[in-house]
Design a binder for this molecule. Structure first.
Ligand code: GLY
Length: 581
């Protein structure tokens, strides 16, 4: 598997500080002056059909459920319902009926592209001070653990919406595999056990969560079979009644009663009033590659396009590795700074998307990047702040008609709020922590925010989820990943590799690095930089911190129209599977 360090398209550094900023500047200028520096390649086979369907997800049972639905006559959207529901059952650490997400859709018959916004909403009783104490200080973990941390889920409504508006099969059919697995149970894997240990104390505080996810109050032993009969009943209610099966009637009553009894703010109106929103995806262009990606309330698409717009001004592949890494890191820094300052729920705040997506704006940001020096984040006007890992899940689907789905779904931290309203089996999210609980105070990912992402009744918290399509005229990619604040930079590194002709195996296997403006450090996976690169980046003024463990769980598909080939890959860091059939 190719890694950044051995990429043949990246000339090696010749030793500590052995590259020259002057030569780099000349190379940049020559490239900028060259004709056709950003020309788009010819488009090929746009009316062709893929020779195979492909699904990549974080769990083999979810990938299989999706393919079974395709074989039963469903399209990619029906498969997305089956995969999303199965992940709710088999990967409860990452997503579920108690959470939300973004589904990026491409319908082949008419080219219709839309982002289904099934993001959670703050309850109507939510307010800006709800996680602050009498002195105005943020109460530790109040927005992370327990019923008060949960926003109103969007995933059940999105599953019903997808099936009714875009699918061909009834929910009774597409939800059947998840219902069966919830009832019959499945042995948990090492990932589950590790995260159960991580969230043990919080899970113990919710008796209904502990009864399902722990074994007599403790982390289960390997081989433990996770059975979820209550969740199966809720899935059956959705299968039979659509969204009403979750947001009205007995399930809604149990959810609200359970949340309120545990100190949460939900009301029946919150559930009855929840709606999926169709949003125009964010679009951009990077050196001939069309980017279609997540719109606000995700910050992912805007930040991704901002970074690519900045980087489009450099001949990245002709640069020595440390120079290239430096420029990518500086682009990350600036896009995350803008994320903190400008972004929030577009139904509540004016998001200056036109400005942030403009190549002219990016040119201004690029002009302020010194080729020979890191810009301390403290010198960029913004906000003050602090880090963590994350769960969430992503899957990608391509059917034989050319329909595509890239979906990133979440309950936020592993096991979400670690709270289950009794009798429902529904593990609730802690997505309220994705709001800026207090301007300048970092959330669980160290992400900071300002007024645009302040808590308000009925508002959707800003997200980093970045389901994305890439299309260079010959090749189409469908990809995304979990990983909290690092999602956007993981997608960026994969997009850069797509543009260089890489394969799904290469994108999911890339060694990753990340900068998010604050804290002012470059976090990187072991192996992302060799010793010379690390030394050169340090000389430039970057503070490097090697992460203790790899991160991300990217699921990617490539349809190479020109070669009439479909391939898919699941991140080697996770236990998922990618299958073409
Ligand atoms: N909860 C992670 C995200 O939405 O970015």
């Amino acid at each position: 598997m190719k890694t950044r360090a051995v990429s043949p398209s990246r000339p090696r550094d010749d030793g500590q500080g052995g590259w020259r900023a002057g030569a780099t500047l000349i190379a940049i200028l020559l490239w900028l002056l060259s004709p056709g520096a950003q020309g788009a390649p010819a488009r090929a086979g746009e009316d062709a059909l893929p020779p195979a369907a492909a699904i990549a997800s974080a769990h083999p049972l979810a990938t299989r459920a999706g393919h079974d639905i395709l074989q039963a006559g469903g399209n990619a959207f029906d498969a997305a319902v089956a995969v999303g529901a199965m992940l709710a059952v088999v990967e409860p650490t990452g997503s579920g009926l108690g959470g939300g997400g973004f589904w990026l859709l491409h319908r082949a018959s008419d080219g219709h592209e839309i982002m289904l916004d099934g993001r959670e909403r703050a309850p109507l009783a939510a307010h800006a001070e709800m996680y602050l104490d009498a002195d105005g200080a943020a109460i530790p973990a109040a927005s992370i653990d327990g019923a008060l941390a949960a926003a109103i889920p969007g995933t059940p409504a999105a599953l019903a919406y997808l099936a009714e508006r875009y699918g061909r099969l009834p929910l009774t059919r597409s939800l059947a595999p998840a219902i069966r697995t919830a009832r019959e149970g499945l042995p948990v894997d090492a990932h589950y056990l590790r995260l159960a240990r991580f969230r043990l104390e919080a899970l113990r505080r919710s008796p209904a969560a502990a009864a399902v996810f722990l074994d007599r109050g403790d982390v289960p032993a390997e081989g433990f079979v996770l059975r979820q009969p209550d969740l199966a009943r809720v899935l059956e209610a959705i299968a039979g009644q659509g969204r009403a099966g979750f947001y009205e009637g007995p399930v809604a009553r149990d959810l609200v009663e359970g949340v309120r009894a545990a100190g949460g703010l939900w009301s029946p109106e919150d559930l009855a009033g929840y709606r999926v929103v169709e949003r125009e995806p964010v679009r951009g262009e990077y050196r001939g590659t069309r980017i279609t990606t997540a719109a606000p309330p995700s910050s992912g698409g805007i930040a991704l396009v901002t970074m690519l717009n900045i980087l489009a001004g450099y001949p990245l592949d002709g640069l020595a590795a440390p120079v290239r890494d430096h420029l990518v890191i500086e682009a990350m820094r600036r896009a995350y700074r803008d994320r903190a300052v400008y972004l929030g729920d577009p139904d509540f705040v004016e998001v200056p998307a036109g400005m942030l997506l403009s190549p002219d704006y990016a040119a201004g940001l690029r002009n302020a990047i010194r080729p020979d020096r890191a810009t301390p984040s403290a010198l960029l006007p913004g906000i003050e702040a602090d880090p963590a890992g994350a769960d969430t899940t992503h899957f990608s689907i391509l059917d034989r008609a050319g329909n595509r789905v890239a979906a990133t779904l979440s309950i936020n931290l592993p096991f979400g709020a670690a709270f289950v309203p009794p009798g429902t089996g529904v593990l609730l999210n802690d997505e309220m922590d994705d709001f800026s609980v207090k301007p300048g105070v970092g959330n669980a990912y160290g992400l900071i925010g300002a007024q645009p992402n302040a808590i308000a009744a009925g508002k959707r918290p800003l997200s980093s989820m970045t389901p994305t399509f890439l299309d260079d005229g010959r090749r189409v990619a469908i990809l995304g990943t979990p990983g909290g604040s690092r999602i956007i930079t993981m997608v960026l590194l994969a997009a850069l590799d797509f543009q260089r002709g890489g394969s799904p195996e290469e994108w999911v296997g890339l060694k990753r690095y990340h900068h998010q403006y604050l804290p002012d450090v470059v976090g990187y996976e072991p192996g992302a930089f060799d010793a010379d690169e690390a030394a050169a980046l340090t000389v430039l003024g970057h503070r490097l911190e090697e992460r203790a463990r790899p991160y991300g769980n990217m699921q990617a598909i490539l349809w190479d129209r020109a070669r009439d080939r479909v391939s898919a890959a699941s991140d080697p860091r996770g236990g998922g599977s990618a299958e073409t059939r």
